[in-house]
Design a protein around this ligand. Structure first.
Ligand code: PHE
Length: 341
């Protein structure tokens, strides 16, 4: 038995020479140490060994087992190290090679114009407040003094959502939310997206953005004169100091009196062209003194408080400011267009 074991040991160790391949090592491991291997077979046959020899034989088996295992481990470690060194030598990195250039991004032109518009109002002391796109009839219509049968509520204009909610059709819902939460004095703008059931076209899009603004204080402090001053300052800041500004009487349910605001045409300077339809003026925003019913709806006493509000479309303003003649260009994400700004 002893000789048999020594023979196994010697043969295995001879096979595990310094130049043994990974495959040869594995073969020895399976043949000697594996579940069907020679050493395992001997351990199983221990019962036939005379009792007084058993401890010595068992010890020898374990000794051989340990010896072979540690030899195999040492060989595998050495091979692993050799593989790594070979890989490092082959995959030499040239750190002086130029890298792959990553294109630098920039703000979308609509974002650029929106940020400039917001900055002009902030410079006048307005605070930008985010309000929700998904809202209820009260905040988008009723509180803004839309009568129940007003055409703007109809299916053809408004995207209605399940559960009686809707996508806001203008940022004027922001007036209601902010006034419900706060007390005057207020000078707030609410920039954000709005939604109407329009086809995407040269001058319309089902999703667009506006900046709502309003200023409220005790009666007599914020007047129509301040409305004209703030909006003139804003428009001259955006389109240049030479821009002329005109206020035209108009109608909105939530303002009284109401005014639409025109600027002298940015393209022809007022002489008349295709953009201004030869009138010399282009309409740019809606505004007015906040209607007493709106103040009542948010719990303000209209005898005590007074203010103005306005809403300006960002896409429309960007078209005029950047001299773009088709709204769809803003949404197509064509880099050849976008990279011009
Ligand atoms: N909400 C109006 C619109 O979407 C704009 C507006 C806002 C007009 C505030 C007056 C006052 O056209």
């Amino acid at each position: 038995m002893r000789e048999q074991l020594e023979a196994i040991r010697n043969r295995a160790m001879a096979q595990l020479g310094d130049d043994a391949s990974a495959e040869q090592i594995e073969n020895v491991r399976v043949a000697v140490l594996g579940r069907g291997g020679e050493l395992t077979a001997i351990m199983r046959g221990m019962r036939e060994v005379p009792a007084e020899e058993r401890p010595a034989i068992g010890q020898l088996v374990n000794e051989i087992k340990r010896e072979l295992e540690s030899r195999i481990e040492a060989l595998q470690e050495r091979q692993q190290r050799a593989r790594m060194e070979r890989a490092l030598a082959e995959q030499r990195l040239d750190v002086t090679l130029p890298g792959t250039r990553i294109g630098r991004g920039r703000s979308h032109p609509l974002t650029q114009v929106a940020e400039e518009m917001i900055g002009l109002f902030e410079a006048m002391g307005f605070e930008a407040v985010a309000t929700q796109d998904i809202d209820d009839d009260f905040h988008n219509f009723s509180a803004l003094n839309f009568p129940p049968d007003h055409p703007a509520r109809e299916m053809q204009d408004t995207f209605f959502l399940p559960g009686g909610l809707l996508l806001r059709t203008h940022t004027s819902n922001g007036q209601i939310h902010v006034m419900q939460r706060r007390q005057p004095p207020l000078a707030v703008i609410c920039p954000g997206n709005c939604y109407r059931r329009d086809e995407l076209s040269v001058r319309a899009s089902p999703m667009f953005s506006q900046i709502e603004g309003f200023m409220v204080d005790r009666t007599g402090i914020v007047t129509m004169a301040h409305l004209k001053g703030v909006l003139s300052e804003f428009l001259r800041g955006l389109f240049g100091a030479a821009t002329r500004v005109r206020f035209r009487a108009s109608f909105f349910p939530f303002t009284e009196p109401s005014a639409e605001v025109d600027i002298s045409c940015v393209l022809c300077g007022g002489g008349g062209c295709r953009v201004c339809k030869h009138s010399g003026w282009v309409e740019i925003l809606g505004s007015g003194m906040i209607h007493p019913n709106v103040l009542r709806a948010v719990g303000y006493d209209p005898a005590e408080y007074q203010g103005f509000a306005f809403g300006v479309g960002i896409e429309r303003t960007a078209l005029l400011k950047l001299g773009v003649d088709d709204m769809r260009l803003f949404f197509e994400n064509d880099l050849r267009f976008l990279e011009q700004f």
